[in-house]
Design a binder for this molecule. Structure first.
Ligand code: ASP
Length: 351
């Protein structure tokens, strides 16, 4: 169960035992895993847009004062736009980060990542990592060629958080524009603005200002599943007015292992899609239903054919408090586990 404690606390980085006067050996050791994204991009006149251009070492180099708050180890994982990232890459990333957090000398890990799919990446890792150490996802909305890039300040704050003695209280986060967002509820909400990530009505975990971290909410527990060697094939479908259910039937014909379907309102589908969903369920294919609405969750409220309560009655699982993209990842990881029965599957999609 995910529980939030409403704590307002200010923890000072320098008061916690570190200052710019400390020697290297007293500093936390933070591994920075670089994967790409706008934070590692520059404008390219040939393509007319930003492209991957900056190495992991150069990213670190561009942040003044970083060596006064942590010793940094750079791990170059990839350098791609996050629209190109696949769940299999997140599986490999999780493996790599797990190796790092197992090491005694590593205090915490920062992952630089494109913002487009960063929320899903963070969720994948919070689900599959076994650690109390901080894993902080960070990127930027402006490239190194833009006026006032946000990358260096974001990276500084991410390292500050990952090396902080209290970092485990925030777990795996997306930390951008000074706000700390928990992996479970964070979503990218603005296409081009630096203030793009938020957790909706669940709220931020904290805020970084100067050398201080102000804690608003604390993550107590998250769903954990061991990292599988391969992921299940799960289809994500968005239903719409007049949907005849053929997308669900096509997914079944293609041999999908599971389906996440995004309905309207509190997670409702029309009668034709409901019929197709029952067809999938009869064949043993798990179906998870969510909503197109940003706030609130899918709920079993309506009893007409395809209404939330008829879906649950038929054996559909509702997404709980995660968005449909994360629900798909959770199903991909869950269906790859041995002995995952319906009850166990149901228990993963928590409110
Ligand atoms: N296109 C970028 C990405 O890799 C956007 C960003 O990083 O802000 O997701």
């Amino acid at each position: 169960m995910f529980i939030r404690a409403f704590i307002i606390a200010i923890v000072s980085f320098s008061a916690a035992g570190y200052s710019s006067a400390d020697t290297g050996s007293q500093l936390p050791h933070v591994a920075v895993v670089t994967t790409g994204g706008t934070i590692a991009m520059k404008y390219d006149s040939t393509t007319g847009g930003a492209v991957p251009a900056v190495s992991g070492a150069d990213l670190i180099e561009a942040v003044p004062g970083l060596d006064s708050i942590a010793t940094i180890e750079t791990v170059e994982f990839s350098n791609i736009d996050s629209s190109q990232v696949t769940p299999e890459m997140w599986r490999e990333l999780s493996e790599r980060v797990q190796e790092l957090v197992y090491r005694d000398d590593v205090t915490g890990v920062v992952v630089t990542h494109g913002t487009d799919t960063m929320a899903e990446a963070a969720f994948f890792l919070v689900t599959t990592l076994s650690t109390d150490k901080a894993v902080v996802f960070v990127g930027s909305m402006r490239s190194g060629s833009d006026l006032s890039p946000d990358g260096p300040a974001n990276l500084f704050n991410a390292v500050l958080q990952a090396g902080h003695p209290d970092a485990s209280s925030w777990g795996v986060t997306v930390t951008m524009n000074q706000y700390i967002s928990g992996a479970r509820h964070v979503e990218k909400d603005q296409t081009t603005n630096v203030q793009t990530f938020d957790c909706g009505e669940y709220g931020y975990l904290g805020y970084i200002v100067g050398g201080d971290i102000i804690t608003f909410n604390t993550v107590i527990e998250e769903v954990y599943l061991p990292l599988p060697d391969t992921l299940a094939d799960v289809t994500l479908l968005f239903s719409y007015a007049g949907d005849d259910g053929s997308m669900v039937r096509d997914a079944v014909a293609r041999g999908t292992d599971g389906i996440v379907i995004v309905g309207v309102g509190a997670g409702n589908l029309n009668e034709h899609v409901f019929e197709a969903v029952r067809y999938a369920l009869d064949l043993g294919i798990p179906v998870v239903a969510g909503s197109r609405v940003r706030h609130g969750q899918a709920e079993p409220l309506y009893g007409d054919q395809g209404g939330g309560s008829s879906l649950v009655e038929a054996g559909v699982i509702l997404t709980g408090s995660i968005d449909p993209y994360k629900a798909r990842l959770l199903l991909m990881i869950a269906l790859a586990q041995p002995d995952m029965d319906t009850a166990a599957l149901q228990s993963l999609f928590i409110p």
